[in-house]
Design a protein around this ligand. Structure first.
Ligand SMILES: Nc1ncnc2c1ncn2[C@@H]1O[C@H](COP(=O)(O)OP(=O)(O)OP(=O)(O)O)[C@@H](O)[C@H]1O
Ligand SMILES: O=P(O)(O)O[C@@H]1O[C@H]([C@H](O)CO)[C@@H](O)[C@H](O)[C@@H]1O
Length: 154
């Protein structure tokens, strides 16, 4: 379910008041692959519901270059939102998910093992209010960039 950004703070407060352990992650999720699916399943298993912060098209372009994303934000939201592991999707346009995390205040912040505490600015915010940060092992060989490269080689 796609939640409008202006509603996410109240929405997540209600989840917390209902006793839900909220897990949050964020990313571009442009062309979905098996690494993403296993990663999101592992993140969801850390709590009662998973909120996914999805980069807008403009922010993916700024992060990954003019040719990205391949899929629009509404299509990417529909695809990740169809996974059993993902309960709620919210779009964000800022360079990092820090502002969104201030609103969601998840009990657990999950991110792939391609990041560390030092390279993850969001980790400091979560740890400051007593939340947990979890890094999930990468599935080797899976990436959106690799899929695009393979298509170009054919
Ligand atoms: N192979 C993988 N195994 C597990 N988690 C992954 C894998 N690839 C990406 N992730 C995680 O999924 C989230 C979104 O990743 P992202 O959309 O950047 O995927 P990507 O395939 O690495 O993309 P790109 O190739 O465009 O950089 C990130 O938190 C990242 O850590
Ligand atoms: O899909 P990606 O490239 O893993 O997603 C990015 O993650 C960044 C990370 O949280 C470190 O700040 C984030 O800043 C960026 O906006 C993408 O979500």
């Amino acid at each position: 379910m796609l939640i409008p950004k202006e509603r996410i703070e109240d929405f997540c407060a209600t989840l917390r008041e209902a006793g839900q352990r909220v897990v949050f992650t964020n990313g571009c999720f442009d062309i979905l692959h098996a690494g993403h699916v296993r990663y999101l399943e592992a993140a969801r298993a850390l709590g009662d519901c998973l909120v996914l912060g999805l980069n807008t098209d403009a922010s993916v372009r700024r992060l990954k270059g003019e040719t990205r994303p391949v899929n629009t934000e509404l299509d990417r939201a529909a695809v990740v939102g169809a996974l059993v592991a993902v309960d709620y999707v919210v779009l964000f346009d800022e360079p990092t998910a820090e502002m969104l995390i201030e609103k969601v205040r998840p009990a657990v912040y999950a991110k792939g093992g391609d990041y560390t505490r030092e390279t993850l600015p969001e980790a400091k915010i979560v740890e400051k209010y007593g939340g947990e940060v979890h890094f999930i092992d990468l599935v080797p060989g899976c990436s959106t960039t690799k899929i695009i490269e393979k298509i170009h080689q054919r």
